[in-house]
Design a protein around this ligand. Structure first.
Ligand SMILES: Nc1ncnc2c1ncn2[C@@H]1O[C@H](COP(=O)(O)OP(=O)(O)OP(=O)(O)O)[C@@H](O)[C@H]1O
Ligand SMILES: [Mg+2]
Length: 202
């Protein structure tokens, strides 16, 4: 067995923007997955919005995420058989929100992908897929957004635009936890934690 995270204790305040930085393999994605209830810790608890995620079963977790949490994975995890618009619309439908296709189009427009609505993930570049993943995660306006390297595949102009959108969500009251290698992004966070070898070092 490999121990990935060791004695990590962390509290994120409602409405806070937290950056997670650290070298490759230090455990940033693993920590994000724990926070989202997408991986389970071998010991310890994860609580969010007053609820104990570590005590929920898979169905409970899925329901909790659907209503409260958006996640942007490092490798996007878009549904390959759905277009960009359908990927985003599905998240809105799962969150029980109406006008899904129309709103999905507007969200994709906002990330500069208005001309890619009908494209499948395999027909899009990494940076385009990443923006679809972002639009999908925040379209339902979750209270909590977890994003793994949200600007990692973007050029500086597109990255700056996405950053503005992210911090716009913060200004609307969302709690943001973002893994990043970007000094510009980290600098705009309320707080930055540095991981090294599975521990919080700063
Ligand atoms: N499913 C797994 N099984 C075994 N080891 C894993 C698994 N997932 C991650 N690891 C290991 O855990 C450590 C932390 O991985 P993690 O993906 O959290 O790093 P990271 O900080 O996100 O790195 P990067 O910046 O490269 O994305 C690494 O040593 C990795 O090899
Ligand atoms: Mg990672």
């Amino acid at each position: 067995m490999v121990t990935i995270l060791k004695g990590v204790s962390l509290e994120v305040k409602r409405g806070e923007t937290l950056g997670l930085v650290g070298p490759s393999g230090s455990g940033k994605s693993s920590l994000l997955m724990l926070l989202g209830g997408l991986e389970r810790a071998t010991s310890g608890t994860v609580r969010a919005l007053g609820q104990d995620l570590s005590a929920m079963n898979e169905d409970g977790l899925a329901r909790f995420r659907r209503g409260n949490m958006g996640v942007v994975f490092q490798s996007f995890h878009l549904i390959p058989t759905m277009t960009a618009q359908e990927n985003v619309a599905l998240a809105l439908e799962l969150a029980g929100q109406g006008d899904a296709l129309e709103r999905a189009a507007a969200e994709l427009e906002a990330v500069g992908l208005g001309h890619r609505l009908g494209h499948y993930p395999s027909q899009m570049s990494g940076g385009e897929q990443q923006r679809v993943a972002l639009a999908r995660a925040w379209a339902p306006r979750p209270a909590i957004l977890l994003a793994d390297e949200p600007t990692g595949n973007l050029d500086s102009t597109t990255g700056a635009r996405i950053m503005d959108l992210l911090f716009g969500l913060r200004d609307q009251g969302a709690t943001l936890v973002m893994v990043t290698h970007s000094p510009e992004l980290a600098e705009r966070c309320d707080r930055v934690l540095r991981l090294a070898d599975g521990r919080i070092v700063a």
